[in-house]
Design a protein around this ligand. Structure first.
Ligand SMILES: [Zn+2]
Length: 321
């Protein structure tokens, strides 16, 4: 199997209907569709309901309309069953019920007043626990990123006046100065660096205990993906890279990243770690990484979770690529 098939938040099944976003009649017909569904967020957390043994984040749009929403629903797209929307609920609708927390995964559960059938969960926890169908996780990633953008772009970046949603939620317009603002996606390079039979991994202080992962960083203005990979790896580890190849990518909705998975060969093994960014950084043999992936490492070291593209990059290499 392709190790990138299992990474989280990819495989969104919706037709985004971008050609309909300026068609008022088509948008009205979609909104009136009795089969319309929605995913909802309270702040940064998706609203879920129990569904058989698991849970679901797709609700009938009509059922959510009784709840106070921040703005009109964003049209995410359509599948065979009808349109799907994203709705942002005010955080004030929540009552928090802590069920434990660690530094990586927020395990608070929150409830919506008057709606005992609904609860609000941390997205990273839902993804790690595999609590939702794969299609729904991808739709939620799309919704989370675009709704986060709306919540943080209420005012025009050019003139400071309030903006209004346009194009079914895929643009915000400033009626004062005429500026149009579009949702953003932030590219991040994440690099599998190899040298002979070893790969380079590091850990940040906030990682779960014992977990190491591929090094990563944001692409900056005026940089190619390959240049960003070389710069980030050198800044964090002191390692210079030869050729950089792009292998796969992944939406990462915390809040708006696109992870670009690269593979690169190191020109040397000498490490000069950036102690501000990393707690540790070192070379791992294939044998040691195999033990980490199998959760059998002698000192309890762990590979990244299978939802992360880093795991796909590492397994791709272990498979001999
Ligand atoms: Zn403006």
């Amino acid at each position: 199997m392709n190790p990138f098939d299992l990474i989280g938040f990819s495989g969104n099944p919706l037709d985004r209907l971008s050609e309909k976003r300026d068609d008022a009649a088509a948008l009205a017909a979609l909104l009136a569709n009795p089969g319309a569904r929605a995913v909802a967020f309270a702040g940064t957390m998706p609203v879920v309901r129990a569904n058989g043994g698991g849970c679901s984040a797709l609700h009938a749009l009509d059922d959510l309309r009784a709840l106070p929403a921040e703005e009109a629903p964003v049209l995410l797209g359509r599948d065979d069953e009808g349109p799907v929307y994203g709705l942002l609920l005010p955080e004030a609708t929540l009552a928090h019920k802590p069920i434990g927390q660690d530094a990586f995964v927020d395990r608070h559960e929150s409830v919506i007043a008057g709606r005992p059938d609904l609860s609000v969960r941390d997205l990273r926890a839902l993804a790690v626990e595999n609590a939702l169908p794969r299609d729904e996780i991808a739709i939620i990633a799309q919704a989370k990123t675009v709704l986060h953008w709306h919540a943080n772009h209420r005012f025009c970046a050019r003139c400071g006046r309030e903006t209004v949603p346009a194009q079914a939620g895929w643009r915000r317009d400033c009626e004062n100065c005429g500026a149009q603002h579009f949702p953003r996606t932030d590219p991040v390079v994440i690099v599998l660096v190899t040298h002979g039979d070893s790969c380079l991994m590091g850990r940040q202080k906030q990682f779960p205990a014992g977990m190491y992962s591929c090094l990563a960083g944001f692409v900056e203005c005026g940089e190619t993906i390959e240049e960003a990979a070389r710069r980030e790896i050198f800044e964090e580890s002191g390692v210079r890279l030869g050729a950089v190849k792009i292998l796969a990518s992944q939406p990462w909705p915390f809040p708006a990243s696109l992870m670009i998975g690269c593979r690169a060969e190191a020109l040397s093994r000498d490490i000069v770690m950036d102690a501000q960014e990393l707690e540790d950084c070192r070379w791992f043999s294939r044998e040691e990484l195999r033990a980490m992936v199998a959760d059998l490492h002698l000192h309890g070291l762990k590979a990244p979770h299978p939802i992360a593209i880093a795991r796909g990059l590492l397994e791709h290499w272990l498979a001999g690529a």
